[in-house]
Ligand binder design. Structure first.
Ligand SMILES: O=C(O)CCC(=O)C(=O)O
Length: 254
């Protein structure tokens, strides 16, 4: 048993036994600009958000309209969404997956907590000028997101600036409940076909967002950056060997 196996085996199997308090960091956003400016009288500061971001567009999910385990989405101006929020509406609209940081790169409305400073996925995507995974969510009471695994099955962190959000998390041992039965079935069907590996790569790319080749590219990109950062501290020979090994491994997957 490795040290990790031992640590995992000591974790409880049911949600009831799990003490999530231990995994919650409190008061981290007390001094963030969004806490100071986006909140007034314990609720959303509609006027501030309208003045600051009213002309920007944001994706809006209709929580009453679900298709294929996702909400139907539209685009709305932030000023119109703030007007909607101020009224007592029948509709349940959720402003979500909004790339505010990308739209306003110089706007430092939050700070990345030290614990999460190492963020390989966002680094990779930003270096390649691709989509990033930094989002703002604003929703009325009862807005919700369907059960999902995050893109690339990655881990993420989330901070509530105002209001409350209930999270339903699955502890270790309950992964079976998260498996997509249709995908499992598809894999079984292709199991004995000649192009099984290629099919699996296709499934990986479409469901998970990344196939094996892209994963290797991603890991090499991050490794290169780390090695270059530490370049001066590593004996030249070690560095050269790393690059020789890396090039031959990349050739293998290409
Ligand atoms: O807060 C939400 O409604 C969804 C958040 C989410 O999907 C995530 O953080 O991965």
């Amino acid at each position: 048993m490795t040290e990790l196996d031992i640590r995992l085996s000591s974790l409880p199997n049911s949600t009831n036994e799990f003490d999530y308090e231990k995994f919650t960091i409190k008061s981290i956003s007390d001094n963030w600009e969004c806490t100071r400016k986006w909140v007034k009288d314990d609720t959303i500061h509609y006027d501030y958000l309208t003045n600051a971001y009213g002309d920007l567009e944001a994706p809006i999910a209709d929580c009453n309209n679900v298709a294929y385990n996702a909400h139907c989405k539209t685009i709305m101006k932030v000023s119109n969404y703030m007007e909607y929020l101020k009224q007592n509406n029948e509709q349940l609209l959720y402003l979500k997956d909004w790339h505010l940081k990308r739209l306003q790169p110089n706007d430092n409305f939050y700070e990345t907590p030290m614990l999460f400073a190492s963020d390989w996925l966002n680094e990779f995507c930003q270096d390649l000028q691709e989509d990033d995974f930094m989002f703002v969510y604003i929703g009325p009471k009862n807005s919700w997101t369907p059960l999902h695994a995050d893109v690339y099955s990655s881990y993420s962190w989330s901070v509530n600036v105002v209001g409350r959000k209930q999270w339903i998390l699955f502890p270790p041992g309950e992964e079976e409940k998260l498996k997509d039965k249709l995908v499992e079935q598809e894999i079984q069907e292709f199991k004995h076909s000649d192009d099984f590996t290629a099919q699996c790569q296709l499934i990986l790319k479409s469901i998970f967002g990344m196939d094996f080749k892209m994963f290797v590219r991603f890991i090499c990109h991050i490794a290169d950056k780390i090695v270059n950062l530490n370049h001066s501290q590593i004996p030249l020979n070690t560095h050269k060997k790393f690059h020789q090994n890396r090039s031959s491994r990349l050739r293998e997957v290409q």
